[in-house]
Write a protein that binds this ligand. Sequence first.
Ligand code: FAD
Length: 405
Amino acid sequence: PLTPATIALIKATVPALDAHGLAITRRMYERLFENPDIRDLFNQSHHGETGSQPKALAQAVLAYARNIDNLGVLGGAVERIAQKHVALNILPEHYPFVADALLGAIGDVLGEAATPEIAAAWGEAYWFLAELLIGREAAIYRAQASRPGGWNGWRDVVVESVTPESETIRSFVLVPADGGPVLRHEPGQYLGFLVTRPGQGVLKRNYSISCAPNDRAYRITVKREERAGEPAGLVSTWLHDHAGPGTLLKVSAPAGEFVLDRADETPVVLVSGGVGLTPLVSMLETITATTPARPTWFVHGALNGRVHAMRDHTRSLAAGRDTIRLKTFYAEPEAQDRLGDHYDAQGLITADWLVAHTPHAAATYYLCGPKPFLASLVHGLQRHGVPDDRVRFEFFGPADDLLDA
Ligand code: FAD
């Protein structure tokens, strides 16, 4: 454990971290990415000018310093980070590079103020957290490798089929190139992808699995990230334009802690915005296949009918079952979108609506969608007194700065 002297020194640096945390983590990544092998471990689109990763890390470091004498409160964050690391195939031998970069960056930014005692305390605190992560990651790797169909590292999968789900969203069914089974995922988990593009280097992305667990195949459902005036998303547009039956992809085994609690049959409310429906469709398929009597709400928000994905699929899952209720919100319906047929309400999903229409005293809420959507619903449900352990969410980017949005 950390010594009381180290704890006191770390706490004393909280004001400096508050003021300079972002400068420190930016400098840390600069130092880290001088080594191209280390740079390729990361998802580079979370970095650069608009990248949110340095901010998320600065907040995580600050939270760590603030809670250094009460680390129990960080358990959820440690688990989330360990799962992300496993999807990127982060290994123990990578941690010393981060230690050197972080400690160097603290020195670069704080200058004289980073006394040898403070540097030593941060060295000790870094390795304390690193050992926690390394231990947890080793356990996850062991569990992945030891289960039927499991593996560690990058496995070749082949695109079996491609299905359009809306004007901007497509599904890809993936089967192992070696002909073996896949590891059954927990509904809600994602896969890590390694894509090598000429001139773009190594690209790492996560895609949630959008089907129920099975031994044969995974399905992912991807939105084409392209807006006028902005560079197109590298991996999603490549998948849409170039991946077809026979395309080989490299994936890491299913990871992630945003998973359906299958141990009980209490009511469950699956709430999504846009392409955030993917992990929740996996959950809905699982519920209809294994516990169809479980009271379930599938509440989805889309901009309009042209970008509303998997409408027929979710309808057919709910068809004939009065325990499964679908509610669809369109923010900006168009003339051809018919209220009561294609969608049920106009506008955005709100916490007030959820509380009024779902059993909030007993239900567990699973949420996935864009930042403002999550910030509004997570805070709103909290304000209505739904306890934190019944409000679970996934965000399709670095999550640590999410709830400041
Ligand atoms: P990037 O190249 O990474 O670009 C991302 C966005 O930034 C694009 O809109 C692009 O236009 C914009 N951009 C790029 N460069 C710049 C710049 N210099 N300035 C301004 N804007 C810029 N996505 C899905 O579609 N389906 C899923 O099921 C899914 N599941 C996920 C699960 C998890 C746990 C996580 C973390 C993410 C998930 N994602 C999912 C998101 C996915 O991983 C990618 O982030 C997404 O596909 C975009 O990647 P890209 O390479 O296409 O875009």
